[in-house]
Structures are given as structure tokens and as C-alpha cells.
Write a protein that binds this ligand. Structure first.
Ligand code: SF4
Ligand code: SF4
Length: 651
């Protein structure tokens, strides 16, 4: 044979690999078959003993009003994308995500191999290793086996040698053993291609593969690998609607007070946690030394169910989850956004808060003051409504009378906070300049956002209903607001009590009118703007580009290391802006330092809460700090001072 010797060698190796066939022992003795039956029964019953107990706990939990199969299209898509394609797992942590995906896809490919393997033990194998279909499938499975073995090796190295801190301090030897079994399954399968059917080694490999499989099965429900069985259902059945707080189910529902209040979805999610720590890695509370760790909250619910069960009267806050931790949550939604198995942390965290507030066990001076301010003055800042009236008069805002296009929603911050007022005033100036007609409500109450997130549904309901009535009386059809919290609460949370008018955030309004807004000379003003994604605008509403489009009119937009979906909270959400001092580092200080470190000359905001938090944080740095401006202020600074309208409509 003539030609390049290396090429010939290579071709020879490929040809000999292609001629390999999976070895399968031809005959099993009656004793072997008997042993196989005994092992199958032992493995299956051990699996069921633990898994059945978990299943009963889930099924015996309280019925969940969000537990349904519709809409089937969305659920099927989520299942396809997140479970079968492993899209979320890969997107958020590409390398370990890919390793995990290889293991998962390997398992899928092996389902048929495993069935055939066991059937072959009884002499009824349905895939012939020497037939065309069988050979093709076994080759395909071999490719997956290689990928799966590499993947599990990578995950083993990460978990036991690299050990990212989010995995926790406790070393899970069970995980190591599981990794070994998965590797053994793949190795024995691949090795079977290199022996002949008649060789004793074929029988040895067959039994080793079988034993690895039958030992693996009962371990699943005892470990975090339970997610293999449960997480497809968790993802399929998730409530949907990011960080949606489910309504209370009637007058007897006080939130997650005891085990009797844990619903089927909550229990299913608690048992699905894979303990990956993605939620904790992105949690602003965990990252700043607070007690709250979202992974531990979920594992706490699981611990509670394991010890007390779903019929228990033992309070849910106590041994497994602490009240202090659940009231440290800013409701930023990072945990929920990150979780690869569809766990919805917010309904659980807010549910636990509801339980504590409704049973009067949450005692917090700032919290009580806030609730009182909302009840008596209908605003979260505890100010008199006449202060709002004076501000409206001073700004000469028109009162909404049904003839204007927009109702400009001031919100508590826009009506009472000095910086919030500046933002509203500038935004109103832009609306006038664009010729968009608007008016403000004579009487407007807090949307109830802080009450809702802190678990006080009674106050939330009163505020939502009163506002809905006012809006209906005034025939408001379109609202615009500078506050992402107001936008979210009006659009989503109020739905429980009526149909809210259409609402948009001012960044969306401004971006739509960007072509008519003045573009500032970047070269002349040298303004480098780092934009802070507010949680309630970004993760909650999926609005990322609009505020950047608006900020880009005023200067060069630069990005912080954590931005967009991974942006770090300012620390204000979930009603925390109205509570007392934080323990550990202040979230706002941590984030402000990160923004300052970008070298930006301006921190651009699109939420009055972010603005207020950073205002205080920057004041403590003592150094030359960037200026802090809302995107409306950045836009308004280029408007002509005479205030003449550029548009055609009137106010
Ligand atoms: S919502 Fe945010 S603050 Fe609350 S637990 Fe999740 S990541 Fe942490
Ligand atoms: S709750 Fe989700 S993100 Fe957090 S550790 Fe469990 S599986 Fe991972």
C-alpha cells in the first residue's frame, strides 16, 4: 500500500473502530436470571421506599391554586427549552452547564440502552448489536457515553477539587459516589465494544454495568439527585410570570404559617433543589454577609417537610428557616432568575413573611411605622398629603380630567422625596416639550408595593382597591410612571382586585420618542454613563435596552461588570428601603463601589429607589464621585430653557 504512513495508520484505526460491536453475553443461566430478578426487586423497592415517601409529602401538601396544566403550549416549550435543551443550565454557567448537559443527554440516550440491557439479561433484548439499527444506536450511545464520562469527570473535579464557595462548606461524599457510578456505567458500556460476545469479560462487564445501575437507582431519592426525577415536573408546572406572588386563598389563608400551608408546588420545588448554589451566588443579601441564603431557605423548607411533614402545626419559621433571614430579602429576583430547576423563591419568601406579619410574630419598629404610614397617610414616606398638593401646585402640573392622553403616576417617591420630585419634574418637562398631554391625579395613594412584598396583604388590598376606584372614576386608560416598582405593582399585583389601566415606565416612553429628543454632543460633554439596571425594570419587566437608548442620547454608555439580567440590586426592594440598618455590608454601598470603579462620570438610574440608595451610599465615600442622574434628568438637561414645546399636542 502506498501513501502517507500516518494517514494509512489513522484510516486503519478508524476502520477497526467501525468494525467494533457491542458485546452482549448470549446466554444467561437460570441462576443468573434469578439473581437479576432479586436485584431488580431490591433496587426498585429501595428506590420506591424513599421516593414514595417524598411523593406522598408532595401530594398531601395543600392544594395550590396555581397547580394546573394550562397553558400547555408555554409549559411544553419551557420543558423543551429548559429540560431537553438544558438552555438555562448552559446559559448561566457555560462550562459546568455544558458538562451537566452532556451527562443529561447521555442519560436520555441511555434510556433505551438500559431497557435493552435488562431485557437481554432475560434473553429478550430488542436491539441486536449485529443488526443495522442496533449497531447504529449503540454507536450513537457510545458517542454520548464518551461525552457523559467527560462531563461527569469535569463536574467531579469542580465539586471536589475546585470547590466554588457557593456549593457550601459541607463536602457531599454521596455526590462523589454518584459521580463514580455514572462514570462506571459509561466505562463498562464503552469497554464492551472491545471484547467479543463469547469472552468471559463480556459477562463480567455486563454484570458490572447492571450492578452500577441497580446501586445508582435507590441512591437517587436519598440525595440531591432526586432532581433527576422531579425537576422536569417542577419546570413544567412552574407558576410562570417572573416572581409572581400568588394571591391568598381566602380569609383563612395567612401565608406559610405552618406545614399545613405549604402547597404542593412549594413542596415539589423544595424537593427539586439540586443544591447548585446559583441562587446564593447572585443574591445581594448573601453577598453582603446577611443571614439570608436563598438556597438554605429552600433546603430549610425541605428539612421542615422531612421532619414535620405537610400536616404539621409547627411554625415554618423556627428550626429550619429564620424570620430574620426572610425579612432580609430585597425581592430582587436574582435567585429565581438563576435557578435551573424552576424553583420560585419569591412566593416562598413572601409567603413566609405573610405568615409572620399576619400572625403578629414579626415585630419591627420600622415595619410597624411603615404600615401605620400606609394606613393613615396612604404613602410610604409618612408625609401629609398636603405636601403632595403643594408640589403639584408648585410644578403647575395639570390635574387629570379624562381629556389627556396620560395619567402621570407620581408614586410616593415622585410625590414626596426631594430627588424623586426632581425626576418627575424633569420627566413632565420632557412630556410637555414633546407635546404629549398628561395630568396627575388629585388623590393618589401608594400602590401598596412595600406592603405587598413585606407580607401585609390587608394594607395592600386597601390601597390597590382605592387606587383602582380613583382611576376608574377619572377614566384613566394610560399611565406612565418613573418608578419600576409602581409599574410592576399596578400592572401585575393589582390584577387580583380589578383591571388596571395600561401602564409603562418612563424609559419605555422616552425610548419610543428617542428620535425626537435632543442628542447631546458626546465629544463635548465627555460624559461616560454607567447604567444601573433596576431589578423591577430588568429582570421583572425585561426592559434593558430602552433606558440605555435614552442614556445614549446624553453620553457614552458603559457597562458595570454585573449588568442586564445579572445586575446587582441597590438594596431597596421588598420594602427594605423603609426598614432599619442592614446587618453586614450595605448592599447599596457594595453596588455603588462597583459602579464608581467603572470610572464613569455619571451613574444613570431609572428608578427613584436606586437613586435614593446611591445618593446616600455615594455621600459616604468622601471622594470625588460620579454624578447621579435619572435618565429623565439626563435627557432634560438638553432641553431648551424656554420650555417651548417641540410637539403638536397640548397639555
Ligand atoms: S430575591 Fe434577591 S435578595 Fe431575595 S433571596 Fe432572591 S436573590 Fe436574595
Ligand atoms: S434553589 Fe435552585 S439555584 Fe438555588 S441551589 Fe437550589 S437548584 Fe440551585
Amino acid at each position: 500500500m502506498r501513501g502517507n504512513p500516518n494517514r494509512v495508520l489513522w484510516l486503519g484505526s478508524v476502520m477497526s473502530l467501525i468494525s467494533l460491536t457491542l458485546a452482549e453475553p448470549q446466554h444467561f443461566s437460570p441462576w443468573e436470571k434469578l439473581l437479576l430478578v432479586a436485584l431488580l426487586i431490591a433496587s426498585g423497592s429501595l428506590f420506591w421506599r424513599r421516593f414514595g415517601a417524598v411523593l406522598l409529602k408532595i401530594l398531601h401538601s395543600k392544594k395550590d391554586s396555581d397547580f394546573h396544566l394550562a397553558p400547555l403550549g408555554r409549559r411544553t416549550w419551557n420543558f423543551f427549552w429548559e429540560v431537553l435543551c438544558q438552555a438555562k443550565v448552559i446559559r448561566e454557567r457555560p462550562l459546568p452547564g455544558l458538562a451537566h448537559a452532556f451527562v443529561f443527554w447521555g442519560f436520555c440516550a441511555f434510556a433505551l440502552v438500559t431497557l435493552n440491557h435488562i431485557a437481554a439479561g432475560f434473553g429478550v433484548g430488542f436491539l441486536d448489536p449485529h443488526g443495522q439499527i442496533g449497531q447504529f444506536y449503540f454507536y450513537l450511545a457510545a458517542a454520548f457515553a464518551v461525552a457523559c464520562a467527560v462531563g461527569i469527570l469535569g463536574l467531579f473535579i469542580r465539586r471536589f477539587l475546585v470547590r466554588p464557595k457557593w456549593l457550601g462548606k459541607k463536602v457531599s461524599y454521596e455526590s462523589g459516589f454518584i459521580a463514580f457510578l455514572i462514570f462506571a456505567l459509561m466505562a463498562t458500556y464503552l469497554a464492551s465494544f472491545f471484547v467479543s460476545d463469547a469472552a468471559p469479560a463480556a459477562r463480567g462487564l455486563w454484570w458490572m454495568h447492571t450492578l452500577a445501575l441497580l446501586v445508582f437507582l435507590p441512591i437517587i431519592p436519598h440525595t440531591k439527585h432526586l432532581h433527576l426525577v422531579l425537576s422536569p415536573a417542577t419546570i413544567f408546572l412552574s407558576r410562570g410570570g417572573f416572581s409572581r406572588i400568588p394571591p391568598l386563598a381566602g380569609d383563612e389563608d395567612f401565608g406559610l404559617v405552618t406545614g399545613k400551608d405549604l402547597t404542593q408546588l412549594v413542596s415539589l420545588q423544595a424537593y427539586s433543589c439540586v443544591e447548585c448554589g446559583r441562587c446564593s451566588e447572585h443574591c445581594p443579601a448573601t453577598n453582603t454577609g446577611k443571614l439570608l441564603n436563598p438556597k438554605e431557605i429552600i433546603l430549610g423548607v425541605r428539612g421542615y417537610l422531612n421532619e414535620f411533614g405537610p400536616a404539621s402545626d409547627v411554625p415554618t419559621l423556627g428550626k429550619y428557616n429564620s424570620q430574620e433571614a426572610v425579612f432580609q430579602c430585597t425581592t430582587c429576583g436574582s435567585c429565581e432568575y438563576q435557578c435551573p430547576v424552576g424553583i420560585e423563591h419569591l412566593p416562598i419568601l413572601v409567603g413566609l413573611r405573610r405568615g409572620a406579619v399576619n400572625t403578629g410574630t414579626w415585630e419591627d419598629d420600622h415595619g410597624s411605622k411603615l404600615f401605620l404610614a400606609l394606613e393613615r397617610g396612604s404613602n410610604a414616606l409618612g408625609m401629609s398629603a398636603t405636601e403632595r398638593d403643594k408640589f403639584i401646585q408648585k410644578q403647575q402640573f395639570p390635574i387629570f380630567d379624562g381629556t389627556q392622553e396620560y395619567c402621570l403616576w407620581l408614586g410616593c417617591m415622585g410625590a414626596y422625596d426631594p430627588k424623586g420630585r426632581e425626576i418627575v419634574a424633569d420627566f413632565a418637562r420632557i412630556m410637555s416639550w414633546l407635546g404629549t398631554s398628561f395630568g396627575v391625579l388629585r388623590k393618589e395613594k401608594c400602590t401598596g408595593d412595600p406592603a405587598r412584598r413585606l407580607g401585609n396583604d390587608l394594607i395592600f388590598q386597601q390601597l390597590a382597591e382605592a387606587n383602582l376606584e380613583t382611576l376608574a372614576q377619572n377614566k384613566v386608560t394610560k399611565i406612565v410612571s418613573i418608578c419600576p416598582h409602581c409599574v410592576r405593582t399596578i400592572q401585575e399585583d393589582w390584577k387580583e382586585f380589578g383591571k388596571p389601566p395600561e401602564i409603562e415606565h418612563h424609559s419605555e416612553f422616552l425610548a419610543r420618542h428617542a428620535a425626537r429628543l435632543p442628542r447631546q454632543d458626546h465629544a463635548a460633554n465627555h460624559d461616560r454613563i454607567v447604567y444601573q439596571d433596576p431589578c423591577y425594570l430588568g429582570r421583572y419587566r425585561n426592559v434593558y435596552e430602552e433606558p440605555r437608548t435614552v442614556a445614549a442620547l446624553a453620553g457614552e454608555v458603559i457597562e458595570a461588570p454585573r449588568s442586564h439580567q445579572r445586575s446587582f440590586c441597590c438594596g431597596a426592594g421588598g420594602g427594605l428601603v423603609f426598614l432599619g440598618e442592614e446587618t453586614g455590608d450595605r448592599i447599596s454601598h457594595t453596588r455603588a463601589k462597583e459602579l464608581v470603579a467603572t470610572g464613569a462620570s455619571t451613574i444613570g438610574t431609572a428608578c427613584p429607589f436606586c437613586n435614593s440608595m446611591f445618593r446616600d451610599a455615594l455621600a459616604t465615600t468622601g471622594e470625588a464621585t460620579p454624578q447621579l442622574m435619572d435618565i429623565a434628568q439626563l435627557t432634560a438637561r438638553a432641553l431648551p430653557q424656554d420650555g417651548k414645546s417641540n410637539g403638536s399636542a397640548n397639555r
